[in-house]
Design a protein. Structure first.
Length: 344
């Protein structure tokens, strides 16, 4: 290797196969053979090329290689830490359904940990460059989420479990109709004779939370019931939700629709502190039908998300997109199911 053969790399620019070839003093095909068919090279040549690869930090473009075989059959999915340390049964069930649907279609789901949406973009690029991922599945969509636009602008197939919530509506998505679910819960409680029905939700600004709040509010207005002072907000853990539930109790609310089962447990705690128990005169309906819902006393009524169907629909839309990049966008909105137990 001669110093004058070394490529001049701009700071931050990607290392190319041609740069490695120049650095090692060999041809482009020799570098390609070193990566894909090392047995074709003499040991000293292979060692020289591998040294150049290591020194330059070259990463083979698996995406380009995948084009030769049409597909890598790999689907990327980023998992974010919830920050609570607690398991997420909704995510677990969705991932199981997604992986099962992918397996049936001959694909594999590659999971990778990410800290944020921005961090997820870095990992997307890595999976595209190093493994030639065919596409991606997103979840936990939020307002001003950069992921859909990043993938769309680069022509990378993807599907989202969750709506865009703001900005341009790009890409295919599958979601659960939270508003339809909470509206059904209000109508059920009103049918039992409740008129003062509160909503215990997350702080405003959450796409999912605001959607569930809209369903409660719309059904209350449709039934001629007042919503004034009957919406309380809290972070997602039961301890924080307890004080929000106490504020609802103080307004004379006799039933509550909660944006999650964890928030519904705050209602349980507030009632017990007041010497009461969930039931006909202090009803509550949660959301997600988590594994704890049938185990608490009394058992919690909740809205179950059709997560098996969500996982299946996500893979169906993604495979269709992989087979036809120019097809019109498709959006699927699935209704949750009201599971009644003793808390109502």
């Amino acid at each position: 290797m001669h110093a004058d053969s070394s490529p001049q790399q701009k700071p931050g620019s990607p290392v190319t196969l041609e740069m490695v070839a120049a650095w090692a003093g060999v041809g482009r095909q020799t570098v390609s053979n070193a990566i894909n068919s090392p047995g074709l090279l003499r040991p000293e040549t292979l060692e020289r090329v591998q040294r150049a690869i290591d020194e330059l930090g070259y990463r083979p473009n698996r995406a380009a290689q995948a084009l030769k075989t049409r597909a890598s059959k790999l689907i990327g999915y980023g998992i974010r830490d919830s920050g609570t340390g607690a398991p997420n049964p909704v995510l677990d069930q969705f991932l199981h359904a997604l992986a099962q649907s992918a397996d049936q279609a001959g694909y594999r789901v590659v999971l990778f940990a990410v800290a944020s949406a921005r961090d997820e973009l870095v990992r997307y690029q890595q999976l595209l460059d190093e493994h030639g991922a065919d596409g991606f599945v997103l979840s936990g969509t939020e307002r001003n989420d950069p992921r859909q636009h990043w993938l769309h602008d680069r022509g990378v197939p993807f599907v989202a479990f969750g709506r865009p919530w703001s900005g341009r509506d790009v890409g295919d998505w599958v979601d659960v109709d939270g508003a339809a679910g909470t509206a059904a819960a209000v109508r059920h409680l009103a049918g039992l004779g409740h008129e003062r029905i509160g909503f215990l939700g997350w702080p405003k600004g959450s796409g999912v939370g605001d959607d569930r709040a809209r369903g409660w509010q719309g059904a209350m207005l449709e039934l001629g019931l007042s919503t004034r002072g009957r919406r309380a907000e809290s972070p997602g853990d039961p301890a924080a939700a307890e004080s929000a539930a106490e504020r609802l109790l103080a307004t004379g609310v006799t039933a509550v629709v909660a944006a999650s089962d964890a928030l519904a447990l705050g209602w349980y705690q507030a009632l017990r502190r007041a010497g009461r128990a969930p039931g006909p005169d202090a009803a509550v309906i949660g959301f997600d039908d988590s594994p704890i819902a049938p185990l608490v006393l009394p058992a919690l009524s909740s809205l179950a998300q059709p997560l098996d169907a969500v996982g299946g629909e996500c893979m169906r839309l993604l495979i269709q997109r992989l087979n036809d990049r120019g097809r019109p966008r498709e959006h699927v909105l699935l209704a949750p199911r009201l599971v009644l137990r003793e808390s109502q």
